[in-house]
Ligand binder design. Sequence first.
Ligand SMILES: [Zn+2]
Ligand SMILES: [Zn+2]
Length: 1013
Amino acid sequence: MFPVDTIDRMFKPLPSVPDHPALEREVLQRWEDERTFQRLREQNAGGPRFSFIDGPITANNPMGVHHAWGRTLKDVFQRYQAARGHDERYQNGFDCQGLWVEVEVEKELGLNSKREIEDYGIAEFAERCKERVARYVGVMTGQSKRLGQWMDWGNDYLTFSDTNIEYIWRFLKECHRRGWLYKGHRSTQWCPRCGTSLSQHEQAGEENYRELEHPSLYVRFPLTDRPGESLVIWTTTPWTLPANVAAAVKPDAEYGLRDGGWQLASEDGDYDNVVQGEDLVGLEYEGPFDGLPAQEGVTHRVIPWDAVALDEGTGIVHIAPGAGAEDFELSRVHGLPVLAPIDESGRFLPGYGPFEGVSTDGAAKAIVEALDERGLLVQAGTIVHRYPICWRCKTPLLFRVVDDWFISCDELRQPLLNANDEVAWTPPQYKKRMDDWLRNMGDWNISRKRYFGLPLPLYPCECGELNVIGSRAELEERASGGLEQLQELHRPWIDVIAIRCESCGEEVRRIPEVGDAWLDAGIVPMSTLGWENPEWIPHGYATGAARGLTGADLPDHAYWEQWFPADWVSESREQIRLWFYSISVMSMTLAGRLPYRAVLAYERVHDEHGREMHKSTGNAIEANEAFERMGADIVRWQFCAQNPSQNINFGYGPADEIKRRLLTFWNSVGFLVTYANIAEWTPEWGAEPRSGHPLDRWLVARTGQLVSEAEAAYERYWSPAVTTLFESYVEDLSNWYVRRSRRRFWDGEPAALETLWWSVIQALRVIGPVMPFLADHLWRTLVVEGPDSAHLAGWPEGVGGDEALLAEVAEVRRVVELGRQARAQSGIKLRQPLRRLVVQGADGVREHAHEIAEELSVKQVEFGSVEATELRVKPNLPVLGPKLGKELGGVRSALEAGDFEELDGGRLRVNGHELSPDEVLVERRGKEGWAVAGEDGLTVALDLQLDPELELEGRAREVIHQVNTMRKEAGLEITDRIVLTLPPDLLEHEGWIARETLAERVEPGGEVAIEKA
Ligand SMILES: [Zn+2]
Ligand SMILES: [Zn+2]
């Protein structure tokens, strides 16, 4: 044998610990240099299709780790499907317009209101929005690549492309054709900062509420015809009082009069008068701000309302239809006037006297003072309550009555519910969540009073006709001018263009509103796949604002037929009410079916202590930081190992734990590399393992089991099973196969090297989708000929597991495990050999007696009944006491004396009674000189008796251990030879000790000593 540093190493040695970020950068560079991903696509081109449609990520900020969960899962399952030979599309999507982008650009430019945007210039503002998108398309592409996500980067879809916009126009025209498009005049949640209404699906998330402190006021409304009597109302929104027109009572509730004020009667109350709510209905009262011009001509009266809350306030609700959703609905039922007190930015309009121009918050103090001055204020305090905030800018919301455009969803509801029934949801309980959303969804509010978004192609005419433009070509055809300046389908350029009314021929203009951003993302299954597009257009998707940012083609309809619907989509669970909803509505409308067959959804990312991550609290983790500090593979593993139906506690602590566990695998591969190099062993690509050695046959079977079980997990999109299966495989590989085979590796046995090499190679293919970098790094370390990347090697096909052999070895390991327990009880070290082990209840492992003996360091393994135990039985008093009564004492003494007979099924006969297993408490203990352990019908007993021969052998083993420690401490290489000095009594074991310690020569002496030979 040669010293290790002079041989020509077949495999590059592995360091003791992997440097994940460093090896990942190296692998990334190699993928780039060797065009690995392109070659994978070429390899699979024309194969069976696996269609994935990406939900767009907003190109607006750098990625946080929360984005990495979804992107990891998308990549994992796409990589797996590629390994199975599937042809895939890999098109990434960026969301590029709407409030997300606008609000960030406003911050960047220091703009604080819509007026400031208009002063800045809508065209300039649009350019800044596009610049920001372009910047973050670049940043996010880089970050996604760093995560290892294989997508067709550079050919992304960007939702602000004219092509995408035209597809939405076409959808809206179809909605109009079906009579679903209408203008609604209603009270809506309004963000005063963004100056727009917001829709149900945007605002529905729990994160869109905060605990906020607001005023809590009790206010008196004097009754007109009953001097000295007032209604007492409660409000937390003083700004709504100047718009009050009515007060609502619950008709069947009891109201009491005390100190001149009417309010809900409580049981213990002492009232001057008590009436039913209905008795108050119709009474007129003086409003709190009747002097304002806006209140002129308003008669305030009491109305009935069954939904009046009785658990807070006074049971009398002040109604301002211009400032609340339910109030507005009541105004329709009761014919109440609607006073709209505030403008877009939440400031009082003219007609509100001293409050004009003041914000809702700013007016609160003056309103309270005015009430107090006029003696109307009963009580003023504050309240902390759950209050909605803008999903985008976090400003507390108000209600305004405005005109918005809606798509009626009623006709779609049932078809969507029916179709959802056919979708395979993972986790399965999310199917019901989707059903719940579909059952409860209101009409889709599609209009936003903003700037940089989808221009709604709606041109209402005074003649009553609503003109809806369905394409750019139609716009050009019907335009009365202004086309020359139309650089793209965005404001302000599109606003210049007027068209001719279809019905009366008059010139009409577009409404100023832009569209809900979920229209942009929702059309993607049609727009990116070329639905009804007659001819394939190279780079045809890169239109309008997307020009220059992508090379994406616009495919033709035949392509759409092939790739629609997606076999699989994956986004976070909250996308049920957002993207899953919008793609469902739009595809159902245009194509009559859902755009996906299977969904994987996942929850939210928290920090490792389970708290929400926020930039402001300092516990958010940037994606780049995570990639560089823990490694992208570890980020991916963390997400893959998580049950997606629960929030993940993500962080560096869990990452360290994962690294520690993965080190076992790294060490096993390192072991292979070391001994293969020493033996100068060369792998043969494509050779099936052929060793007949039982351990080798077992590892091959165990590897086959990993492959088939992991395959089943990938097929059902369940990554936590993949990581669990891999970990348990690594445990078996390392703590059974490698440990039991050490000597064969020391001896350079080709069968062992071949088997381990082959098994590791298969394991790398299995785990490649989860940890693409580590898998490929080790692949390159081990594979000399054959595919140059784990990701080009495909899935290990036809690797069968030998069930019988696996079961047999599992049983052996159970026996060994119990044997270890027995040893641990006895306190005798494993290094001290023992004479024998008796095994009862595992006859199937007789052929493995030798392995069991070796594992437990016993000379002999016997199969038979364990008699080395003592059965100690006590009565189970709560059961047996009532049954035996006064005979219990006798039974107890007989049991204590061991005076009983064991029957089958665990029954006992004692003192003429037959006792069932639940009537006694049984404990089995080793008799003197034995250690016993057992479970589930398997019992082992270790004979603890020592003799001089065993003791000497025990000493010899101690010495081997000691010498090998000394070798390490002396800095010797694994292959270095030594001269060993041994005390004379150990010379009996000289040959064996020398072999185990690589001693060339043994010399007798007083103390154990070594010297390099
Ligand atoms: Zn806002
Ligand atoms: Zn007209």
